[in-house]
Each structure stands twice: as structure tokens, then as C-alpha cells.
Design a protein around this ligand. Sequence first.
Ligand SMILES: [Zn+2]
Length: 74
Amino acid sequence: MKKCPHCDKVLMASILPQCSWCGGELKENELRKTKEEILQRWEKDKKDNEYRKNLEKHGEEVRKAFERNIRRRL
Ligand SMILES: [Zn+2]
């Protein structure tokens, strides 16, 4: 966890070179880690979304097949 050199609070992830608490300027080397964390987070979210989408698609196909089966029996 990185702390703001101005107000000593733990920095929140931010793309801006600025402390979210006091608005103090941050040097690039104070920021880099949080930037990387954000990028990793984005990558993870993207993968999660794709996974969810695939699941939904699969669920839809299962449901359609199920409905086809029922119609055949009626
Ligand atoms: Zn600060």
C-alpha cells in the first residue's frame, strides 16, 4: 500500500497524478504501482465479463434445447 507523501493517507487507485484525499500532486514513481493495479483490475474485469457472457450464452442454449424437448413431447 502506498501512502500520500502530503497527507499520509493510503492512496486510492487513481489514474490522475493526484492524491484523492488532499489533491496533492504525486510523482510518477509514486503513482506507477496504482496505475499498474488499475490495469490489472481492468484485465481481470474484462475476463470476468467474458466469462459471464459465455455462461449466459450457454444458459440460453440450454434453455432453448429444453423448450424444444418439451414442445416435442406435447
Ligand atoms: Zn494526500
